[in-house]
Write a protein that binds this ligand. Sequence first.
Ligand code: RRO
Length: 311
Amino acid sequence: MSLLSATLLGTHFANPLLNASGVHCRFNTELDELAASAAGSLVTKSCTVLARDGNPEPRYFATPLGSINSMGLPNAGYQYYLDYAKAYDYAAGKPLLFSVAGLSLEDNLTMLAAIKAAATPAIVELNLSCPNVPGKPQIAYDFAAMDRMLDAVSRDYALPFGVKMPPYFDIAHFDEAAAILNKYPLVAFVTCINSIGNALVIDTETESVVIKPKDGFGGIGGDYVLPTALANVNAFYRRCPAKQIIGCGGVKTGEHVFMHLLAGASLVQVGTALYEEGPGIFTRLNAELTTILQRKGYQSLDEVRGKLRTL
Ligand code: RRO
C-alpha cells in the first residue's frame, strides 16, 4: 500500500485519478494513452447501442474559467468499448470503468446484458446525466424515471455498478436523489458531477455563442463548477454511507484533488483540465497531491476521505 493507493468495489487502484468520461476516451488510441499515463484507472466514453457522430461542430469551447460542450454523445457504439474491455490487460494493474448512456431504459438493459455476458472485470458507470442530446432530458432530473431505471438495472444486471449524477442545487433534491439511490444496494458508487447543463457562453467580440448545437447551450466544466462539484460529492457522501463517491468537477491541481477527497471522494476524475493539458496532467496531479499529503503528515487517503471539518 502506498500513499496514493485507493479502492473502489474492493478493487485496488495505484492512485485515485482517472479521466472524466467523455474526455480522451472515445477511441482505442486515446484509451491506450490513458492506460499508459500516470492515471490510476480510466473510463470509456459513454456509449449507446449504435455508434453516433454526435452534434455538429464546433461543440467544445474552452474559456479562461473552464469549458462548454454539447458533444451529443459521439461514440463508437457499445460493442467497440466491449471489445476494448475484453482485450484490456487488467493484470497491468489499472482498473477499467465502462460508461453506459443508453437513449432509453431498454437500450441500457440491452448493453448491460452484453457487458454482463462478457464477464470482464470492467466496472460499469451508468450515465444518468447527459445534458446534450436534443429532446432527451436528463434521467436524474426526473426522479420517477431514475427510480424505474435503477429498479430495472438492479434486477436485470444484478451486479454492483455506479451512477454518474448531474449536479443538484437544492437540499430537498439532494435528499430525494439520495433516498432513491439508497433503495438500490447494487448502486455501489455515485459519481458527482457531470457538467452543469445548459449554460451559455457568449463571445462579445463576435456577439455570438461559441458552440453550434442547441443555439449555443451546453454543459460547463472547469473552474466554473468546482464548488458545485464539492457540494454534491459531500452531500452524497453524507447521505449514502453504504456507497462510495467518485468526485468529478473542476480539478486542475493536486489541491483540487485533495478538496474532493476531503469532501468524501474515493476516486477523482479529471475532465476539462485533461482536455486542455493532455494525459501528462496525471503525473503533475499525483506529484502535487503527494506534496500536500506529505506536508500535512498523512500516510494514506483513508485518513483524508470525508474528513472535511465544519464550523
Ligand atoms: O456527449 C456529451 O455531449 C456529453 C455527455 Br454524454 C455527458 O454526459 N456530459 C457532457 O458534458 N457531455
